[in-house]
Design a protein around this ligand. Structure first.
Ligand SMILES: Nc1ncnc2c1ncn2[C@@H]1O[C@H](COP(=O)(O)OP(=O)(O)OP(=O)(O)O)[C@@H](O)[C@H]1O
Ligand SMILES: [Mg+2]
Length: 357
């Protein structure tokens, strides 16, 4: 399960277009997606054809009245298509910042509210307003990753400092590390400025830039005005192709990063030691990592790993009997094979890593 916030304080850079169409493409690829509209302008809500009056509860109710009641959150979730759901927004959300200003833990309201339903989804996508206020702060604290859409025009990189500062502050003060990736949007290949901005984005963000570039495409604008995602409006346009490419890049990102980083760190896992077998995985973005295997009844909660040094390497020594053992890591709820161990075996629930002692 991954929670991705789409943020940039600059207005009109393609946040909502990205939130809607990335969500819809993920859903078309069989992922269960919850899109949360965190903007009082409610453009993501309207862009999916949901109007004020179509719903009883919105994000405003969740943020201001939330008391940990799962039923209340479930009632605010609207089904848009078989794999895509939405928590809508409405203009009153703009009053939330003021209403919450005296409340305890006001920055964590959103992350606490979605916690009980998060495991129902593969992806939760949050569409932010064009400022770095309390709503964006809530969205950043609720997420594992941030996508920063950057429009290919003059001044598009101006003002990004405040957002990056907030992201660093969240990491330092709250210990909440976010993986940041920039996305080039509204790219017009006929103009020199687009090329120049792209080069500047690459200089600023280096490898943390999506390879996919979202080109200017009028169909994206039209789709939004008809209250549709591009998947339901036109599958033959560049807007669809670009957002589908982005979707595949997002899907493939996680495992690749874990595997590549583990290679850099030269992690040997599993490794036999005097006092047991050392299991290790490099996963700097993870909030929790567990080990599940036939030796603990495939109950991951029995075997948590710890990032001892705070360098993203999670580890645990397990006392194992001689023989063959099958296992998997559970990274933020996602079951994955050991990226450093080439030995695998097909089990009833897919491939497992194996450890022979
Ligand atoms: N690739 C694109 N090609 C053409 N038009 C686009 C593209 N991306 C976005 N737009 C249009 O640009 C406008 C702004 O886009 P969008 O609403 O996604 O930006 P935003 O960052 O969410 O804005 P805000 O800051 O107000 O929330 C919209 O009219 C949208 O339809
Ligand atoms: Mg928007």
């Amino acid at each position: 399960m991954r929670i991705i916030t789409i943020a940039n304080q600059k207005g009109g850079c393609g946040k909502t277009t990205t939130a809607i169409n990335l969500s819809a493409c993920l859903a078309q690829n069989g992922k269960k997606v919850l899109l949360i509209d965190v903007d009082p302008q409610a453009h993501a809500t309207l862009g999916l054809g949901v109007k004020p009056g179509d719903f009883d509860y919105s994000l405003y109710d969740i943020l201001t009245n939330f008391s940990g009641d799962i039923q209340a959150i479930k009632e605010s979730i609207l089904n848009i298509s078989p794999n895509l759901s939405l928590i809508p927004s409405e203009v009153i959300l703009s009053a939330a910042e003021q209403n919450l200003s005296q409340k305890k833990e006001r920055e964590f309201r959103l992350s606490k509210a979605i916690e009980p339903v998060a495991s129902d989804y593969d992806f939760i996508i949050l569409d932010c307003p064009p400022n770095v206020g309390l709503l964006t702060f809530n969205a950043l604290l609720a997420a594992h990753e941030v996508i920063i859409p950057i429009e290919s025009s003059f001044f598009s990189l101006h003002g990004l400092g405040k957002l990056m500062e907030t992201i660093n502050l969240i990491s330092r003060k709250c210990g909440h590390k976010l993986r940041v990736k920039a996305l080039t949007t509204i790219y017009d290949c006929r103009t020199r400025i687009s090329e120049e901005v792209l080069a500047e984005i690459k200089r600023c963000f280096q490898e943390s830039v999506f390879k996919t570039i979202i080109r200017v495409n009028v169909k994206l604008k039209e789709a939004a005005s008809f209250g549709k995602a591009i998947t339901d409006y036109c599958q033959k346009c560049t807007g669809y192709v670009d957002y589908m490419d982005l979707c595949m890049e997002v899907i493939n990102m996680e495992l690749k990063t874990v595997v590549e980083a583990a290679k850099d760190k030269k992690i040997a896992s599993p490794k036999k030691l005097e006092n047991g077998v050392l299991f290790k995985i490099y996963s700097p973005q993870a909030s929790n990592v567990f080990l599940a295997g036939d030796f603990n009844g495939w109950k991951p909660e029995r075997e948590p790993l710890f990032d001892i040094k705070g360098d993203g390497v999670w580890q645990r020594i397990v006392d194992l009997e001689p023989g063959r053992h099958q296992y998997k890591f559970v990274v933020d709820g996602k079951w994955i094979k050991d990226p450093e161990n080439p030995d695998i075996l097909e089990g009833p629930f897919g491939e497992n890593s194996i450890c022979d002692l």
